[in-house]
Design a protein around this ligand. Sequence first.
Ligand SMILES: [Zn+2]
Length: 137
Amino acid sequence: MADQKDIPAYRKEIDHIDTELLRLLNERSKNYGFLVGFAALFALGYALYRLTLVLAGVVGYSTAEAITYLPMFFAFLIVFPAQHFVDGWYKRRYCTQHGHRLESFKSNAGIEVTWCKRCGLRLGGQSHPGASARGEP
Ligand SMILES: [Zn+2]
C-alpha cells in the first residue's frame, strides 16, 4: 500500500527534475549562444576594420571611415541571430543525443517549426512574444 501512495510523489519529483533540466538546458544554450554571438561580433568588427584599411588605400581614410561607419555601428546586432542559431542547434543536439522524437510541421503563419515530443522544446522557427520556455506548437 505504501508503494501506491508514493507514486504521485515520485511523479511530482520526476516532473520537477524534468523542469529543472529544461531550465538548465535553456540557460546553457542561451549562454553558449551569447558567447558565439560575441565571437561573431569581434570577427565582424575585425573584418570591417580590415575593410576600412583596404578602402583607405583606394578612396582615402575619411571616406573609407564614412563608408564603414554604419555597418560598424550596427555590427552588434549580429549577436542576436547568432545566439538564436546556437540556441536551436544546442537544443536539437541535446534531443537527438537523448533519442527524443522530433516532429516538424508548418505553422499557420507558414513558418517551419520543429517540435520535440519528449521535452516540448521548440527547435528553430521564429519565436514570438508569449512563447513559454517549453515552447508551444
Ligand atoms: Zn527533447
